[in-house]
Design a protein around this ligand. Structure first.
Ligand SMILES: [Zn+2]
Length: 661
């Protein structure tokens, strides 16, 4: 029995949260689990959308405590948007219930000094009315506690274990799930080896679907919150069972490529309490289907799982990038977030992956920890049999085109974009992915196809994994050179494309693998869309509208890409036409159509040189629908393609195979 175990009635001098004090301070199970910091979260106030937090901190004597509300969530390049201002009713008392003063020392920092010895109990309420990477969410259907947005830490004691307990569910039907360690027989309790784990966690409670399977020593779990928000997709998302199947394949490939991972992320973590040590490791994926407001980012990573954010607004991207396959879209984000278990969670870069959450930092490492992860996610899917070579080449080709369009506007490298992440520059995703795909090819070229970028990542795992030892670009360069036997080309690659910001010499790099980056005409390809007033027909040379007999053909659902104009039109089976996609860098984007994606459109004219559409969107001041006519000129009849070069040597063909399979 721990020394702190006692019945106390704190209601006399500490306000609020009376629900907590009608039972022993530590229930039996909590008592068997040693933790100097305990959080009790009251989820009953769904009306005001606030989580009640009671944080009990044990002390050796009467030393002061410095409490900090994090200024960022790990992995998020932005700050927490003034999260400390979302707290209210902050108070503290000692173990005898005597109120003690909380002195604010700087934004989000408080000092507690009490003359008495023993525990300090801090209470506050935190707003939970936004679902995001830096906020928590509470409604009468679901509660999502994002660790760093709700729970304070004690400066200097971040490495101590903590216990999180949930109370006050609005419904008896609520169940729980978390990336934190579960406590057997106590679904309301979760254990964290350190604040690092809390900052890297979610705690989900409410009504949701759940399926799971064991794979080796790991429990793989899928939670599904809500239903798919998309309409008329070829594949409307994945069921929990399908997602579990996809996760099983990806997890098997991931551990085959990168080996097993320790159950505790930090090498210096203390042993797990005996009651928890015998459990399986776990990887928990929660799919959140978002029908309206809210973040439209793809996901948030954790060491023991991730969130998938599947937003209605992703529809156009799913149609464009995944050919309307919602399950492939989910799988891609799943692979990306799973790669973060290695890069960002186990192997860290100082800055946004760092353990110091009290201040915002810049990072030049996002080119690898986001862009490299994006590339590696494609590799994982390919190696898992979830993506064909043709799909892979098409994705690479899209990334190369995106790179060229972005570079034309801002001739910077992916590392430079990383440093601007806090300003909203997210160019490091695509530029970093292209950088890693080409670096992989260079390393393979230098080693006869034997080694590649995955070998560099394996070296990083060995050298930096689980430690407060942050990698730098020089470390990646050193390991890449070691992997590539000191190749001059690899050294020049780092110099030109990561230190300097020269544009990629696609042809020079690709030629080694018998491939080329070839510009040629692809303004139109044959297709048709059956509209209510006629037919939109495209051939190799032009687009035209043909009126049917009487102008009254039955409309049919479908979509048609018009690359010459950089737009895709889609129609549902009621005959409602909309602008479903606008490609970055295309003529439609230049004409301002990007703001109308997903909105209704009317086709006025289509020809080989121009397209005229009537589009509409809400007026920002009145909210009323405003119609506008936009004319788009066809772009020059050239576009670049990633393709095999004729007459490649057998050596180049062998390298191509090593690069693409
Ligand atoms: Zn990411």
């Amino acid at each position: 029995m721990r020394e702190g175990f006692q019945y106390i009635d704190l209601t006399a001098s500490c306000r609020g949260f009376q629900i907590f004090f009608t039972r022993p301070f530590y229930p039996e199970t909590m008592d068997q689990i040693s933790a100097g910091i305990r959080y009790r979260l009251d989820l009953s106030d769904t009306k005001n959308r606030q989580i009640g937090v009671e944080m009990q901190v044990e002390r050796q004597g009467n030393e002061p405590l410095d409490l900090v509300m994090p200024q960022l969530s790990p992995g998020s390049p932005t700050n927490s948007l003034n999260q400390p201002a979302r707290l209210n009713s902050l108070s503290a008392c000692d173990g005898a219930g005597q109120a003690v003063e909380l002195k604010k020392t700087e934004a989000g920092h408080w000092r507690v000094e009490a003359e008495s010895c023993g525990p300090i109990i801090v209470r506050y309420r935190v707003k939970a009315d936004e679902f995001s990477h830096v906020r928590s969410y509470l409604s009468d259907k679901i509660s999502y506690v994002n660790g760093p947005s709700a729970l304070m830490f004690v400066q200097g004691r971040q490495h101590e274990p903590g216990l999180v307990e949930l109370r006050g569910y609005p419904s008896a039907e609520w169940k729980t799930s978390s990336t934190l360690e579960s406590v057997p027989g106590h679904p309301e309790l979760f254990y964290a080896s350190s604040y690092d784990d809390i900052a890297d966690s979610n705690v989900l409670a409410g009504k949701f679907q759940q399926v799971s399977a064991r794979q080796g020593g790991t429990l793989l779990q899928i939670n599904q919150n809500g239903t798919p928000p998309w309409k008329d997709l070829k594949v409307n998302g994945a069921t929990p069972e399908q997602s579990l199947e996809d996760l099983q394949q990806l997890y098997a490939t991931f551990t085959k490529e990168f080996g097993e991972f320790p159950r505790q992320r930090r090498e210096d973590a203390g042993p797990l309490p005996a009651r928890l040590a015998g459990q399986d490791d776990k990887y928990v994926v929660t799919k959140h289907y978002l029908h309206g407001q809210g973040p439209n980012a793809g996901g948030y990573e954790h060491y023991h799982g991730h969130e998938l954010l599947l937003h209605k607004a992703a529809q156009a991207g799913i149609e464009r990038r995944f050919d309307g396959d919602g399950r492939a879209h989910e799988r891609h984000i799943m692979a990306h977030e799973l790669m973060h278990k290695l890069l960002a969670k186990f192997v860290r870069h100082e800055g946004i992956d760092s353990a110091d959450l009290s201040h915002v930092h810049c990072s030049d490492g996002l080119w690898l920890s986001e862009g490299g992860v994006e590339w590696a996610a494609m590799e994982l899917q390919r190696k898992s049999g979830q993506m064909s070579e043709a799909q892979y080449i098409k994705m690479l080709q899209d990334q190369f085109r995106g790179y060229q369009a972005a570079y034309a506007q801002d001739p910077s490298n992916a590392r430079e974009n990383s440093l601007d992440a806090h300003l909203g520059n997210s160019g490091f995703y695509n530029k970093g992915a292209v950088t890693c795909a080409l670096l992989d090819l260079e390393i393979k070229a230098a080693t006869g196809g034997e080694k590649g970028m995955f070998d560099v990542l394996r070296c990083m795992k060995d050298e930096f994994g689980g430690r407060d030892h942050f990698w730098s670009v020089q470390d990646v360069e050193r390991l890449a050179l070691r992997t590539a036997a000191g190749s001059q080309r690899v050294a020049a690659f780092f110099q030109d494309y990561l230190y300097d910001h020269k544009p990629f010499d696609f042809d020079g790099i690709l030629a080694q693998a018998g491939m080329r980056w070839q510009e040629r005409g692809d303004r139109f390809s044959a297709g048709e869309l059956q509209l209510s007033g006629g037919q939109l027909l495209t051939s190799d040379a032009r687009a035209e509208v043909k009126c049917g007999p009487g102008g009254a053909l039955a409309p049919a659902a479908g979509s048609l890409a018009l690359p010459a104009f950089g737009v895709t039109l889609a129609q549902d089976n009621q005959g409602a036409l909309k602008l479903s996609a606008v490609s970055a860098g295309g003529s439609g984007a230049a004409a301002g159509l990007g703001a109308y994606v997903g909105q209704p459109a009317r086709l006025i004219e289509a020809a080989s040189t121009s397209l005229k559409l009537e589009v509409q969107a809400p007026d920002p001041f009145t909210g009323e629908l405003e119609k506008r006519e936009v004319e788009v000129s066809a772009r020059p009849a050239r576009q670049a393609f990633l393709e095999e070069a004729p007459g490649a040597s057998p050596q180049a063909v062998a390298l191509r195979q090593a690069w693409l399979s």
